[in-house]
Write a protein that binds this ligand. Structure first.
Ligand SMILES: [Zn+2]
Ligand SMILES: [Zn+2]
Length: 379
């Protein structure tokens, strides 16, 4: 070893990298300092309203059930091939490619309802989740397309009202695998995914979102903190590669009445497990309605020296899998959150619609955002 080399040739930590879109980050910080920002609502609930057929989901490119533009290595379609064995109905993220006008229309409705930030239609656009549809190879492309559609919708809204910036939140979903838990109660050591596999998948998806023009990345609906750590690791790696970063939001999911995530953490433990990522915001979404999330948001609001977000479901699912909380119900509960100083960002998850977002935006209008505490470092 030569004496001139440092013992650890350390790459710059992501936090020291420049912003990829410094003007947009400045606008975002200015807006967060002024008011409670509004996130959009559910994508799935809105897509259901269009009652799409299998053919609608497939469009031309996927008319035969598989991707006409893609052939796996050394494969020729023909007798005995199973490429067309996947139904695409329900593959909502595929609509970024096959029904872009419909997705744009939903984004526009949420922007009109008062959303400052809209989430890309990419919740399942990881190679891992797309494997269920035989379309893992589309991960990067779906994320690019999803971010582009959202960016264009924001640009259109900004053109109408230049005083009000709108932001694209590039969504990274949890995948359908858990890195720290077994899916089989009889085989507790079983894992169906590794940390490295998650990192590879998240790297590809994050890159696609950034290439498509996302302003922020959000790791959301986190039920397993180890999955989220893989996403944080992958995002940092992509930022290093690009030499620039975006703000990152992280939102967990409390899945049971004991107030814990699926991997067993309280909101407090969840924050301290991910605090090293220095996110723009930490929050909770999905699974519960706003009322049941309140004690957990209260904890985050007290301990997190960053912004706090929440986008709850429209209550708990009913017997038919639907959601019953009206826009007024939800807005009334969330207004109290804001009056108690708990919120920096608020929106809706499953079952919410533009009417919910409109009611929430009106309910918190004029109320000050939560003051982000400067906590003494623990020594
Ligand atoms: Zn084939
Ligand atoms: Zn949800």
């Amino acid at each position: 070893m030569t004496g001139s080399l440092p013992m650890h040739a350390s790459a710059p930590t992501p936090i020291s990298l420049p912003w990829r879109h410094p003007d947009r980050v400045a606008q975002l910080h200015a807006a967060l300092a002024q008011r409670i920002l509004i996130l959009d609502g559910a994508m799935g609930t809105m897509i259901q309203r269009y009652v799409l057929s299998e053919a609608d989901y497939r469009g031309d490119r996927f008319a035969e059930g598989f991707d006409r533009l893609h052939l796996a290595e050394a494969h020729t379609h023909g007798d005995g091939c199973t490429c067309a064995s996947h139904d695409q109905r329900g593959n909502n993220d595929l609509l970024n490619l096959t029904q872009p006008g419909l997705i744009t229309d939903i984004h526009r409705q949420y922007l009109q309802a008062g959303a400052d930030l809209i989430e890309t239609n990419t919740f399942n656009s990881t190679a891992i989740a797309l494997a269920d549809y035989g379309l893992s190879h589309l991960a990067r492309e779906l994320n690019q397309a999803g971010a582009r559609l959202a960016r264009a919708a924001c640009a259109a809204a900004e053109a109408e009202d230049p005083a009000r910036p709108r932001f694209v939140v590039g969504v990274l979903g949890p995948t359908n695998r858990t890195a720290s838990l077994s899916p089989d109660v009889n085989r507790p050591g079983l894992r169906t995914i590794t940390f490295d596999e998650l990192v590879a998948a998240y790297r590809e998806s994050a890159l696609g979102l950034i290439e498509g023009g996302a302003d922020i990345l959000m790791i959301e609906t986190v039920f397993d903190t180890l999955n989220a750590k893989a996403a944080v690791f992958a995002i940092d790696d992509v930022f290093q590669t690009l030499g620039a970063r975006l703000p990152v939001m992280i939102s967990g999911t409390i899945t049971d009445a004991s107030g814990r995530t699926l991997s067993g953490q309280t909101a407090e433990a969840f924050w301290y497990s991910l605090r090293h990522a220095q996110p723009l915001a930490i929050g909770l979404n999905c699974a519960l309605g706003a009322r049941d999330l309140r004690p957990h948001i209260d904890v985050l609001a007290q301990i997190a020296e960053t912004h706090v977000s929440t986008h709850p479901n429209a209550g708990l699912p009913n017997a038919f899998g639907g959601y019953d909380e009206t826009p007024d119900d939800m807005a009334t509960v969330l207004r109290e959150f804001a009056e108690s100083g708990l919120l920096n960002l608020v929106g809706g998850c499953c079952g919410t619609t533009p009417a919910h977002i409109d009611a929430i935006a009106r309910a918190v209008h004029g109320l000050p955002p939560r003051h982000v505490p400067q906590l003494e470092p623990l020594t």
